[in-house]
Design a protein around this ligand. Sequence first.
Ligand SMILES: NC(=O)c1ccc[n+]([C@@H]2O[C@H](COP(=O)([O-])OP(=O)(O)OC[C@H]3O[C@@H](n4cnc5c(N)ncnc54)[C@H](OP(=O)(O)O)[C@@H]3O)[C@@H](O)[C@H]2O)c1
Length: 354
Amino acid sequence: MKPPEIVVESGFTAEALHGQEVALIGYGNQGRAHALNLRESGIALRVAGRPNSEARRRAARDGFATLDTAKAIPGADLVIVALPDEVHAEAWRRDIAPVIQPGQTVGFIHGSSVHFGLVPVPAGIGVVLVAPKGPGTTLRERFTMGQGIPALLAVHQERAASHGGPSSRELARAWAAGIGCARAGVVHTTFGDEAETDLFGEQAVLCGGMLGLAQAAFETLVEAGYPPLLAYTECIHEIKQVADLLYARGPAAMRAAISNTAEFGAYSAAPRMVDERTKAAMRALLAEIRSGAFTRGMQADHDAGAPWFRAERAKADAHPMEDAGAAVRALMPWLAEEAARGAAQGDSKAEAKP
Ligand SMILES: NC(=O)c1ccc[n+]([C@@H]2O[C@H](COP(=O)([O-])OP(=O)(O)OC[C@H]3O[C@@H](n4cnc5c(N)ncnc54)[C@H](OP(=O)(O)O)[C@@H]3O)[C@@H](O)[C@H]2O)c1
């Protein structure tokens, strides 16, 4: 099947947002990076959060005007929702829907809640998406280096034009430029394609498949009598070296940079590790994502107080590979300093349990 044409643009500016009002709800991993980058691009914004929010206090310490969410929205041309996805529905119902008006535009950083109908935005209110392809700390770090990371951009619906000013699409383009993504490339897509491919990538590979495979490999070595420290180093710790090569150079150049032994073994092992059953499981995962069953299931668990999510997290945190990993990292004390720097920049949601 021929892949659909896509439009990628770069090099444009955030000018359409100059003189516009921006309200940003949430000041976590993505929110803080968006806020700091937009401010340094000359865009005035206010940060909104719940009254006793630690994140909101942090935004105030960073010099932003902070308000209750419902008070931040009136008059804002663009309202950016930088909240966890499972919170979008309640935030929309409780704080946003009662005050947002036709002519305003609401912006998301991931498309699931809109695409799967958890956030029903009435006609007249613009709905856009700017999804940077990386965590907030990377978005911020590249921006401060004068660079940027790519982002996906989509328009679910245009705002009513009655109030004049930039269209929702123009606001989204300026938002993407203001956070530095137009220095790399902005890919025009749809909420559906962004939501479904993003969920699939993180489940099948990045956060689900890869760690599942690494954990099974760690267990295989430990059960065969090898020291956990060795098992962790070989199966988990060294993922970074390979991931860095893939990130910077791609698969062929990654293979050129590893030993012939590693490359030879990879060709023989890959089809045995990942076979037609794995592909069938991936297709089943994708079907669940596309039907909305995954998003509805996650929302139902969240609405019930996240019992399944909490139990799985506790089980995962208690796995013996955590102790082995701590022992490996203790050999490199600078990693703890880097982790502390990352946490100071808000890259960890360890305190923000569901
Ligand atoms: N993290 C990433 O790397 C990444 C990458 C791409 C896209 N995204 C997308 O970016 C969006 C934000 O994700 P994130 O990871 O940045 O979120 P996050 O760090 O978990 O968001 C934390 C923010 O949400 C607030 N918050 C949490 N629960 C709340 C509730 N029940 N009511 C009101 N406010 C609440 C927190 O304030 P309090 O202090 O009040 O808890 C804080 O301001 C999501 O749509 C996500 O899919 C994230």
